[in-house]
Design a protein around this ligand. Structure first.
Ligand code: MG
Ligand code: MG
Length: 258
């Protein structure tokens, strides 16, 4: 079932989505070689609770942490642990919050120290693909117009789109209808209507599209061991331009200072 939200509900959703961006910015300040991923998780949980919200992922389906932290060939759903980030790593951090009864859900992939140019380009282009997908997210278009725009752009660089995981409606539940794949045929899928809120989240691999789930029951990795990037925004559908509810602004302020 697809929920159509009132403007009031969308504003409540926005506060939750913006808190995710602020949380990721706080985490970004601490991303450096030598930091343990469990430490980043602790920072995020404290920040979210200090702002009167609750971590959205902790306990969701049994997930044990506040953040999904996925390093290098891990695509998504990595569990924070004692692992230290190293110079040259990339780290995808996905964060969820519940505030005012609404879920925020947003993700960003960060470089750690000096990262190979080829991999920095993967990050840049994956983020760009997210915005190209968002451009399609307006009333009257179809869900797969979003995936088509993402796929068409990234495949032009020889990258591949993960098929096993997709974006989704977001609101009072973390995952609502419709599914929002990052690939697809133009002009197909559910019609986008004003008041729908969706999370668009391209997961783009430098190599092949195949992924597998690790024995921990969570972490998704690329089969070929090549890196993968993930960026995610929550978006409200409007007549005309999409309304991006989450924000990377604070995150990028932190990154630009580094
Ligand atoms: Mg997410
Ligand atoms: Mg999501």
């Amino acid at each position: 079932m697809i929920y159509i939200k009132t403007d009031e509900e969308i504003e409540l959703q926005r506060l939750s989505s913006l808190l995710v961006g602020s949380t990721l910015a706080e985490v970004a300040k601490n991303i450096k070689p030598g930091v343990k991923t469990i430490e980043l998780d602790r920072i995020a949980e404290e920040f979210i609770r200090d702002h009167g919200a609750v971590p959205g992922f902790k306990g969701y389906g049994g997930f044990p942490a506040t953040l999904c932290i996925s390093v290098n060939d891990a695509v998504v759903h990595g569990i924070p642990d004692e692992r230290e980030l190293k110079d040259g790593d990339i780290v995808s951090i996905d964060c969820g919050t519940v505030l005012n009864g609404f879920y925020g859900d947003s993700a960003y992939t960060f470089p750690v120290g000096e990262v190979d140019k080829e991999i920095l380009l993967l990050l840049e282009r994956t983020k760009q693909s997210l915005y190209l997908g968002i451009e399609q997210a307006e009333a009257g278009k179809r869900v797969h117009d979003i995936g088509y725009a993402i796929q068409n752009y990234v495949e032009g660089f020889g990258y591949s789109v993960v098929r096993d995981l997709v974006g989704h409606g977001v609101g009072k539940n973390l995952h609502e209808d419709p599914e929002v794949p990052n690939y697809g045929r133009r002009g197909t899928g559910a019609k986008l209507r004003p008041g729908m809120c969706i999370a668009i989240e391209p997961m783009i691999n430098l190599g092949g599209k195949e992924v597998f789930q690790e024995n921990d029951g969570w972490t998704i990795r690329t089969v070929d061991g090549k890196p993968s990037a993930h960026f995610e925004h929550d978006v409200a559908i409007r007549n005309g331009k999409a309304d991006i509810l989450s924000s990377f602004e604070e995150i990028e302020k932190v990154l630009n200072k580094k």
